[in-house]
Ligand binder design. Structure first.
Ligand code: ASP
Ligand code: MG
Length: 395
C-alpha cells in the first residue's frame, strides 16, 4: 500500500494494445489501495528511429537539437497512457520534465539529474491516483531540454523513488536479472537478488539490464529496485544493498568491439604515463584495463572501444610527438569477458577456477577488482570462453 514508482520500457509500450493492457494492470494496483507514479520510455524503437531521421539530414547533429527531438518520444507515451487510464475511470495526469522541473546539468545527450521537486507530484496525488512521467528527460536551470543518455528512463524512475523515498519497480520484456544474457544463453539462471555493486559492474560491463546511473542513485539512497516482467506474473529480481548466501560468482558479462592499445619502449619516465592519460582525458576519452609494466623501458597498454581508435590516435600523437621512434600498436577484434560477484570478497580459489576454465584460450590481458575478474581475448574465442566459465561457475 502507498505510493509506488514504476517504469515501463520501450518494448512494453510499443503499441496502443500494450499501453491499454498496462493501463488495466495499473488500475488493478490502484484498486488495491496504491497510488502510482509511472515513468515511461518512448514507444518501441521510436528513439532509434528519431536518431535515424536526424541522420538523414546530417551526421553532425547539434546535441541540443538532438535532445529537443528525442524527448518527443517519451511525451507521446506519457500522454497515451494517461488517455488510456482516464478512459477506464482512473484519475491520471501526465507530466513532462519541464512541468515537473527535473533539473539536470547542461550536458546535452548525457545530462545528470541535479534536483527534483516532488512537492508537485505529492500535491497532485491528492487529486489523481496515477501520475505519468516522461522518462529520460530533464531541463537545465535555463529551461533547456536535456536527455540522460540512452536507457535513461531507469534513472528517471530511480531518482523519483529516491526523492519520494518509495520503492521502485522496473518492468520490461525480461522477467528479472539473469546470470548472463538469456537471449544468448537460454540456460542462464534468474537471480533472486543482485547487490548494487554487482549490478553496477554488470551494467558497465555490457549487461544491458539497468542504466548504470540508476543503480548508482539506488545505492546512494538505498532504494530497493524490483525488476519484473510487464505482461507475465513470473517472479522477477531485486536489486539491493546486500543479501544472504552469495555465490562466489553471480554473473558473467561480455563487451565486444574492444581494441587494445600498446605503447612499448617508452623511456623510464613515469611523468609520460601521466601525460598520456591526461591527454586522453582532455580529449574526453575513456580507457579501461590499464597495464603499466617496466623492464628496460615502460610498456603501457589499455583497452578502448573500437570506434574511438581515431580519436585516440589524435590524443596520443599530441603528447608523444616528440618521441618519434615510439611504437604504438592497435589490436582490434577483441572481446572482454568478466565474471562478477560480491561473494568473491570472501571466497578462495575463484582465480584458480577462472584460469582453469580458460586454460586453452590465449588471454591477452587480465584485470581484477575485489568483486570482478575481466579478461581480454580475441573475439573468435569468446563463445568457448563463455561456455566454460558458465560451466565452471554454474551460471
Ligand atoms: N527512449 C530512450 C532510449 O531508447 C530512453 C529509455 O528508453 O530509457 O534510450
Ligand atoms: Mg531501456
Amino acid at each position: 500500500m502507498g505510493i509506488i514508482v514504476q517504469k515501463y520500457g520501450g518494448s512494453s509500450v510499443a503499441d496502443t494494445t500494450k499501453i491499454k493492457k498496462i493501463a488495466e494492470k495499473l488500475s488493478e494496483r490502484i484498486k488495491q489501495g496504491n497510488q502510482l507514479v509511472v515513468v515511461v520510455s518512448a514507444m518501441g524503437k521510436t528513439t532509434d528511429n528519431l536518431i535515424k531521421t536526424a541522420k538523414e539530414i546530417t551526421e553532425n547533429i547539434v546535441p541540443r537539437e538532438l535532445d529537443m527531438l528525442l524527448t518527443t518520444g517519451e511525451q507521446v507515451t506519457a500522454a497515451l497512457l494517461s488517455i488510456a487510464l482516464n478512459d477506464i475511470g482512473i484519475k491520471s495526469k501526465s507530466l513532462n520534465a519541464f512541468q515537473l522541473e527535473i533539473l539536470t546539468t547542461d550536458d546535452f545527450n548525457a545530462a545528470r539529474i541535479k534536483n527534483l521537486k516532488v512537492e508537485k507530484i505529492e500535491n497532485l496525488l491528492k487529486e489523481f491516483d496515477a501520475i505519468i512521467v516522461t522518462g529520460f528527460q530533464g531541463i537545465t536551470e535555463e529551461g533547456e531540454i536535456t536527455t540522460l543518455g540512452r536507457g535513461g528512463s531507469d534513472t528517471s524512475a530511480v531518482a523519483l523513488s529516491a526523492a519520494m523515498n518509495v520503492d521502485c519497480e522496473i518492468y520490461s520484456d525480461v522477467a528479472g536479472i539473469y546470470t548472463t544474457d538469456p537471449r544468448i544463453h537460454p540456460n542462464a539462471k534468474k537471480l533472486k537478488n543482485v547487490a548494487y555493486d554487482e549490478m553496477l559492474e554488470m551494467s558497465s560491463l555490457g549487461a544491458k539490464v539497468l542504466h548504470s546511473r540508476s543503480v548508482e542513485i539506488a545505492k546512494k539512497y538505498n532504494i530497493k529496485i524490483y525488476c519484473g516482467s510487464t505482461f507475465s506474473d513470473e517472479e522477477g529480481s531485486f536489486v539491493v544493498e546486500d543479501y544472504l548466501e552469495q555465490p562466489s560468482v553471480t554473473g558473467l558479462s561480455v563487451m565486444d568491439n574492444q581494441t587494445q592499445v600498446t605503447i612499448s619502449k617508452l623511456p623510464l619516465d613515469y611523468t609520460l604515463v601521466h601525460d598520456i592519460f591526461e591527454s586522453v582525458a582532455k580529449h574526453g576519452l575513456n580507457v579501461d584495463m590499464i597495464s603499466v609494466i617496466s623492464n628496460s623501458g615502460l610498456n603501457v597498454s589499455f583497452t578502448i572501444i573500437e570506434d574511438e581508435k581515431h580519436n585516440f590516435e589524435k590524443a596520443l600523437s599530441d603528447v608523444l610527438k616528440d618521441l618519434p621512434k615510439l611504437n604504438i600498436q592497435y589490436h582490434s577484434g577483441y572481446s572482454k569477458i568478466s565474471i562478477v560477484g560480491i561473494g568473491m570478497r570472501s571466497s578462495k580459489g575463484v582465480a584458480a577456477k577462472y584460469f582453469k576454465a580458460l586454460k586453452d584460450i590465449p588471454v591477452k590481458l587480465v584485470t581484477t577488482s575485489e568483486i570482478k575478474i575481466s579478461c581480454l581475448l580475441e573475439e573468435k574465442y569468446k563463445n568457448q570462453a563463455m561456455q566454460s566459465l558458465i560451466k565452471i561457475f554454474d551460471l
